[in-house]
Design a protein around this ligand. Sequence first.
Ligand SMILES: [Zn+2]
Ligand SMILES: [Zn+2]
Length: 251
Amino acid sequence: MSASPGNKSFARNASSGYSGIEEHSGPLHSFLEHSTLLIFPVVFVLNLHWAGSRLYELELLWLVALAVPLGIIGGDFISGIVHWAADTYGSEDMRVIGPSLVKPFRLHHVYPRDICTHGLVETTGNVCILAVPALSLCLYLMWLMPDSLLLAFSVISFALMAAATVATNQFHKWAHQESPSAFARWLQRKRLVLEPLHHKLHHTQPFDVNYCITNGWLNPLLNKLKFFRRLEMALGFLGIKTDSQRRRISG
Ligand SMILES: [Zn+2]
Ligand SMILES: [Zn+2]
């Protein structure tokens, strides 16, 4: 990634959450973002079609009603885990995941409105780069085991989870926009996507609650269970230190 000075209107708005810096992907990264964003809908629909046809043949199409909430909640959970990991572990200068994952999440705490300046490719491309190979593998597995009911149900749930994960940064972007579209506001009011006031709690010191950013359905439960603090303790026992613990030791 390379950075260049942004336009003056962003710079003027620095105090309201914009950095004034525009990030540009390198040519290979940009190619992967664009191509996988185009391929994602194709592999997503193929997965739903193949797995759905299998459930229909078995007269078990009603299982889709179970797969939908499972996929959406799974996507919300993945968003929470990835967000928490990027906020808590590693550093911005790590290879590959430093600039592509750790840095954007940490900069987002300093300049939360930068996400509003990102286009569709920048918002969803990185997740598509991961989702397309995963969904292609699902197609291959269904080709190998076309009669498996468990596989068909798992694939539908996984494909929906992948779609929720791809959409997550778009929902996150809507939560930071000053004037989201009427459709986005309706989805936010119905709590089908991340609601701005709910997400604002994550942007309040010490930034350690409400990590899930697809729709945030899991946040109340995970906050109550102190899920991420307990996970940090468990990883601490294995010798894996958070970024702030490492800084304290080395400082
Ligand atoms: Zn965060
Ligand atoms: Zn945010």
